[in-house]
Every structure is written in structure tokens, then in C-alpha cells.
Design a binder for this molecule. Sequence first.
Ligand code: GDP
Ligand code: GDP
Length: 477
Amino acid sequence: MPSADDRRPPLPTVAIVGRPNVGKSTLFNRLVGRRRAIVDDTPGVTRDIREAPAQLGDLAFTLLDTAGWETAGGEALEARMRRFTERAVDSADVVLFLLDARAGVLPLDESFAGWLRKRADKVILVANKCEGRAGRQGLAEAHGLGLGEPIPVSAEHGEGLSDLHEALARHIQPMAEEEDEADGEPGEGDGAEEDDDPSRPLLLAIVGRPNVGKSTLLNRLVGEERVLTGPEAGITRDAIRVEWEWKGRPIRLVDTAGMRRRSRIEAKLEAASVADTLDTIRLADVAVVVLDAANMLEKQDLAVAGWVIEEGRALVIAVNKTDLLADDQAAASRAWRKLSDRLEASFAQVKDVPIVGFSALTGRGLDRLMPKVFETYEIWNRRVPTPKLNRWLREMETLHPPPLASNGRRIRLRFITQIKKRPPTFVVSVSQPEELGGDYLRFLINRLRDDFGLPGVPIRLTMRKPKNPYAGRARKR
Ligand code: GDP
Ligand code: GDP
């Protein structure tokens, strides 16, 4: 086997910067992976910039951690900090600027932001410690730093890494490569930390308009009165953490706007609630969007479902309060039909979104919810082997040839690979991507879904030109 490593250009570098205690080392360790136990956590040990090869999904890079500058002797703290940060920024291709969302934005964070703003093009703002509710405030403050939208993560719990992946992928080329026919084992090369740990709980969000019954549903599911429901408006419950098990599988409720009781007469999702819901969705694996059976085609319902899809989460539609539908079977099935048609029409990226109807109040029908959640979760986690995908691609090319390009040559579909699960994300390399057109892409997405059994989850497909700096070989095992 020729060593492809020799042909490979140096890996891009990613630096983690931020004031002490925001979680730089924790994130560093997470991205570098358990296999490399390095960290010297003895307080007071002087470290220079630490670096190690790291990987997130299909992105490989050299990670620089600037933690430790606080103990380097000499100059004043702030001057040292600045020197280290500037060094990291100069030597890195991408900078992860870490905040502690629980602590909020502190003056030191603002100093960092000030130095980083002139290189904002390579800065990704990351709000750490966002598990549970406590990061909410800091996340909101972080928007004000002028460094774009913060990415909520929990370095400690491994949450939010797929969004971090997405942000990094805008700066770093993934390692997908054309000759690599063998690269197809399930699970290979994916963000192992986040994905393949069987003890990791399923992160579940229950979202929807106020009063659709989210809290009632949650209470039913966990079987105890952990969350308040009922007429008391405006009760705020912070940092509730709900973990439970379903048939031996751990589940963690990410958060829900229903935990923050809102006015019952409130007709609209106000801005804060929208932000809550979005953050919640972004931290979840599966989002259950709860609708009210008596009133289930509200614009807001579709908006919330749309966010779930946009954020690439697995979506389950839960129609609650079916006890209010009386016993008019015909009317119920008409309403059902209408709902699924409307979902179908609204979202091109997904088809066959699972819909489950029940009454959270009486419990009737509720036993169907969690099986659907896990079924969808599994599809969301599915990986299609590369050789299989490429045989399929050849078939598609024959079955439905791509159009001719403006130069008269037929556009060629060269190679396809799934670069990511959660959600299934594919890259197809195309001779003239700019000319292929949305219709053809939609055709490919629909066929991917049908041919590989991926209903109900958003499928992402992007095009790329064949040339790729990481062609050759990528991962060392
Ligand atoms: P550094 O000084 O920036 O390198 O920060 P560390 O990685 O040493 O983390 C500082 C503290 O924050 C430690 O006690 C970590 O356990 C804690 N921490 C790191 N990440 C998270 C997180 O995602 N959530 C919470 N709650 N704590 C975290
Ligand atoms: P949230 O704002 O989405 O968390 O909604 P709640 O769980 O607080 O429920 C709002 C109201 O709907 C409460 O009065 C609940 O008792 C009622 N509710 C919840 N689930 C059901 C149900 O399945 N059937 C009926 N009839 N009412 C329900």
C-alpha cells in the first residue's frame, strides 16, 4: 500500500482561544479524542500552545489549544493573553473563540472579541456549557459580540458538535476522496465521540406552540410531575434536567419552551420563545413537534417543523389532544390527510415525516410515540457505504442522464460519498456543478431517500468539483 500521507498537504490548523475556564481544554480533549490521553491537568503547570491531530466527522485538522497562558510568567495577564491569542490567530486557519455561556459575556471575553474582530473571517464563535438551560442568557449576549451567530455546544457532554462540524466545514475541506472505494464501513470516520457511543443518551426536544400540551406530554413520558402544567402562567423553571429511559435506552430531554410557563392567552411565539425553541432544536437529536389536534395547521406549527428540518434534526410530528376529536373517524382521517399533505408540500428536503397522534392527558395512543422517535433516530444515524452509493450513482446516471452543459458536454456525476450522518449528508462530485440545476439535485435526493430507506429525516446533498486537495488518502486509524 503506498502511503498516501506523503502526498497529503499539511492539515489545516484550528486554534481554540478564550479566557480561562471557558472549557478550552475540555473541547480540545473532546476533539482530539479519547485515544490520545495527553492532558496535564495539574494546575500551575506552564504549557505553551498545545497541539494534536484532531477530527470531527470527516474534517481532519491540527488542533491548537492556548490554555495555559494564564500561568506563563512575566507580563501582565491581559498582555500575555493578547500575545497568545494573536499568535494562535496568526498560525491557525480557523479560530474557535470559546465563551462560557453559563457565565455570560465578561469583560475579558469582550477584550478577546476586540482582538479577534479584525480577523473575523476565520473566527467561529462557540458558546460552551450550553447543556440544560443555564446557557441561555450567555448565548443571547454572545450575539452582541459582532462575531456572528454563536454555536451552542457542551464540550463536556459532547452536544452541539454537529453544528460545530457544519461551521468548520465552511473553512475546511472534508476528507472525502474519489479513489477511496473501500471507505464504506458503517460508522467509519464519523464524529466518533458524538455518534458511536452507545451509552450516550438520545437528546430529545419537545417543541411547539404554547399550550399544545408539551409539559403534559413530558410529564406523561417521564411518569412524574417534574414539569409544571396547568393554569399558572409565568412560572419559570430554570435548568431542569430530565433524564429517563425507554426500554433500557437513555434519553435526555434537551430543553423545552414548555418548561418556561407562558401566558395562556399568548397567541404568538414571541421573540424570546423563538430563540428558546431554536436553541433547543439545535441541541437535540430528535425534535418532537407537538400540535394541537383541534387546531393543527397553524402557521407556527409549520414554522417550528421547518426549523427542525433546517437544523438537520430528526423530526417527529406529534398530534396531541386527539381526545378532543370526538369519534368522528371520517373527519379525523380527513384532517390527518390534510396535515400530511401540507407537510409534504411545505418541505422539499423531507418526505414521509412520521406523524403520531395521541392524548397526553389520557395517555391513549402515546405508546406509539417513543418507538417512532427511535425509528427516526436510527434513520437519521444511518450510513450508506460508499461503494453502494457509487453503484447507485452509475445507475442514476443511466436511468436519468444529467443535462448537457452550456458547452454541449454532458455533465458527469463522478463520485458520491456520505460525509456525515445525523442527518445523512452526501457530497456528489460533478464535472460542472454550477450547471446541474436544482431539479436534478432534487431527483437525486428523492431517489437517495427511496433507494436507501431514509424517510422522514432531512437529507442533505451538495455538489463539489472533482478536484480536492485531500484526494489521496485521509484517515489513519
Ligand atoms: P479552560 O481553562 O478554558 O481550558 O477550561 P477547562 O476545559 O479546564 O474547563 C473549565 C471548567 O469548565 C472545568 O471544570 C470543566 O469541567 C468545565 N466545563 C468544560 N466544558 C463544560 C461544559 O460543556 N459544560 C459544563 N457545565 N462545564 C464545562
Ligand atoms: P404547553 O404550553 O405546550 O406545555 O402545554 P401544557 O402541557 O401546559 O398544556 C396546555 C393545556 O392543554 C393544559 O390545560 C393541559 O391540561 C391541556 N392538555 C394537554 N394535553 C391534553 C390532551 O391530550 N387532551 C386535552 N383535552 N387537553 C390537553
